[in-house]
Design a protein around this ligand. Structure first.
Ligand code: HEC
Ligand code: HEC
Ligand code: HEC
Ligand code: HEC
Ligand code: HEC
Ligand code: HEC
Ligand code: HEC
Ligand code: HEC
Ligand code: HEC
Ligand code: HEC
Length: 321
């Protein structure tokens, strides 16, 4: 009896998990619809401005300047976002007009997406921001005169919600974001992309190559983790170790390699096999030397090289020059 109950509970949990999993997917998620004020018609900006005279500045924003043909008849001035306002212009009731204070985040985005369907916004529906109930109006202010109508400039805008990243860009090694030479959206597309909101068409490494092209192969002697993913060794936001390294040398390298100092000698004591499987005798000194070494002092071309190292057993691939 007890087992049966458990089976039912687990089956139930499984279905909930399965459902919960699917519901997060962009394609089963229904786009929110734009709220409608029944029976209302369009009146035009001049009527609105009779009472909302503090909004005259709107004419100078990009939305105040768009021509109707640019958006195939969707441009109705104020009412292209706030909806038809004839009833509201009579009763002056905020409930009879689309007020962004009263509608959901999804509905607010739906208003903007009527026109903004192309370019980067094509990725919006499946983006982490959209799926986590972040809306256009969390980052943009329709009535402001800021660049790209941003609510705040970067990185402040992003850091409001991404406190963990804010902390990282203050670490000793960092991309020059806090110096104002770079912004989050040099690397990120806030509207979404297939990979962690990153501005890359295919692989994460392609993003890095945009600015660090010298690290782009193909090299005759490659280093496997470099080819695979730069973030195996680097954290793009900031680190305590130099060069944005996730760990200091030699410990970074020792995650994957045996410790040695010279000529492939293992940093242990006594007789053991070296990096090539040869039998070598090491002293306790070699251990100390291996631990206190900086591997890249010898393996300076850690990102890959076209020149063979003078190492016969290593087939020239020791990345020393
Ligand atoms: C006859 C005067 C009048 C006209 C015309 C008018 N409004 Fe209003 N509107 C008001 C008043 C009064 C309020 C309520 C203000 C408040 O509660 O602070 C209001 C509220 C609003 C709100 C909600 C503001 C909020 O704080 O939630 C929006 C949006 C709005 N109006 C847009 C428009 C638009 C767009 C038009 C033109 C289609 C328009 N109004 C025409 C008087 C008017
Ligand atoms: C591109 C879409 C868009 C257009 C066009 C637009 N608004 Fe707004 N309006 C918004 C949004 C979004 C908000 C909510 C605050 C914000 O994000 O700036 C808002 C807020 C308001 C408010 C509430 C006051 C406030 O600051 O919160 C009023 C009143 C208003 N708009 C009136 C107007 C009038 C009048 C016009 C035309 C002259 C107009 N809007 C054109 C999108 C628009
Ligand atoms: C009536 C159609 C329409 C609606 C609705 C609309 N926009 Fe726009 N928007 C445009 C057009 C057209 C442009 C200018 C061309 C472009 O940049 O795509 C524009 C430009 C912009 C820009 C770029 C500004 C710049 O400096 O380049 C931003 C940001 C923007 N809109 C945000 C919004 C947000 C947020 C909303 C919803 C509150 C919204 N739009 C609603 C048509 C619209
Ligand atoms: C998480 C913040 C964020 C959200 C949410 C967001 N945007 Fe943006 N948007 C930005 C930033 C940042 C830029 C400026 C990028 C740059 O500097 O090139 C931008 C730029 C734009 C532009 C200018 C053209 C372009 O593609 O770069 C338009 C139009 C725009 N946003 C519309 C929207 C609309 C519509 C929505 C909602 C569906 C939206 N944005 C949601 C942050 C956001
Ligand atoms: C030099 C490029 C670059 C810059 C600039 C950058 N990021 Fe990133 N960001 C990345 C990469 C690469 C990843 C993916 C990390 C991974 O998958 O291991 C990422 C991941 C993220 C994530 C996902 C969570 C995580 O920690 O992996 C968030 C959130 C984020 N970045 C926010 C920001 C914010 C906010 C800024 C500006 C303060 C910013 N990023 C600036 C490259 C950058
Ligand atoms: C209103 C809050 C808010 C703002 C503002 C905001 N984000 Fe986010 N962002 C979120 C939430 C919520 C998530 C999803 C959960 C998470 O990863 O923390 C997210 C996720 C992300 C991710 C991870 C995407 C993934 O696929 O894992 C990146 C990258 C990111 N945001 C970058 C940015 C950048 C760049 C800006 C500024 C232009 C920005 N965010 C502004 C709330 C915000
Ligand atoms: C938009 C251009 C840009 C992109 C994209 C970019 N970087 Fe950078 N990177 C820079 C700049 C600028 C510096 C600072 C150079 C300086 O200070 O001389 C830098 C510095 C670095 C440094 C050295 C940091 C130090 O402490 O000296 C590393 C490591 C690095 N980037 C790795 C990456 C990785 C990994 C990626 C991909 C996730 C990446 N970068 C993407 C522009 C970029
Ligand atoms: C196996 C670990 C590892 C991987 C993976 C890796 N790096 Fe590095 N990177 C290092 C080390 C160690 C340093 C510092 C020593 C040096 O300068 O050679 C460094 C330094 C850098 C620097 C700053 C110094 C310079 O040479 O300009 C940049 C930029 C950089 N790496 C970019 C990248 C890029 C882009 C990728 C992905 C294609 C990448 N790294 C992958 C280990 C790695
Ligand atoms: C994530 C694991 C990883 C990290 C971290 C790593 N490597 Fe490697 N490294 C590899 C792999 C895998 C190979 C290819 C091994 C092979 O071909 O037998 C390799 C190859 C090498 C080679 C050439 C060996 C050969 O046989 O061609 C050298 C030299 C090297 N790494 C040095 C370093 C240094 C120095 C560091 C630290 C800056 C480092 N590695 C960090 C995984 C790593
Ligand atoms: C004093 C210079 C020096 C230092 C420091 C050094 N190495 Fe080496 N390493 C070499 C030389 C030279 C070879 C080629 C060995 C040979 O010819 O027998 C080599 C070989 C290797 C190989 C095998 C290469 C191949 O071609 O198969 C790996 C992996 C390696 N080292 C990793 C490391 C790591 C990890 C560190 C840091 C703990 C490190 N090395 C420190 C000089 C050094």
């Amino acid at each position: 009896m007890k087992e049966k109950v458990l089976v039912v509970i687990f089956a139930g949990l499984f279905i909930i998990l399965l459902y919960g999993g699917c519901a997060r997917e962009g394609f089963v998620r229904k786009a929110a619809v734009i709220p409608i004020v029944a029976g209302a018609g369009y009146t035009g900006n001049n009527i609105c401005l009779e009472c909302h005279d503090d909004m005259v500045g709107f004419k100078k924003t990009i939305h105040g300047r768009i021509a109707d043909f640019e958006v195939v008849g969707l441009s109705k001035g104020c009412e292209s976002c706030h909806g038809p306002g004839s009833i509201h212009a009579e009763d002056e009731d905020p409930a009879s007009i689309i007020s962004f204070k009263d509608i959901s985040k999804g509905e607010a985005s739906a208003v903007c997406l009527r026109c903004h369907t192309s370019g980067s916004l094509m990725d919006w529906q499946g983006s982490e921001h959209s799926l986590n109930d972040v809306s256009c109006i969390d980052c943009h202010r329709a009535h402001s005169r800021t660049r790209r109508l941003l609510a705040q400039s970067e990185p402040k805008l992003c850091n409001n919600c991404h406190q963990d990243i804010r902390a990282k860009i203050l670490y000793p090694s960092h991309h020059p974001i806090r110096e104002g030479k770079m912004v989050c959206s040099d690397c990120h597309q806030a509207h979404g992309s297939f990979l962690t909101n990153l501005k890359t068409e295919e692989r994460l490494n392609d993003l890095c190559f945009e600015c660090h092209s010298a690290k782009q192969g193909p090299f005759v002697f490659e280093h496997e983790p470099v080819v695979e993913n730069c973030t195996i060794c680097h954290d793009a936001h900031g680190t305590v170790a130099n060069n944005l390294l996730v760990q200091n040398e030699p410990f970074l390298c020792l995650q994957c390699h045996q410790f040695h100092f010279h000529a492939g000698k293992i940093g242990g004591e006594g007789t053991s096999t070296d990096v090539y499987g040869r039998s070598v005798t090491s002293s306790s000194q070699s251990m100390t030397m291996a631990y206190t070494t900086k591997c890249t002092q010898c393996h300076s071309e850690v990102h890959g090289s076209d020149l063979p190292s003078q190492s016969v057993p290593g087939q020239g691939g020791a990345l020393t020059r």
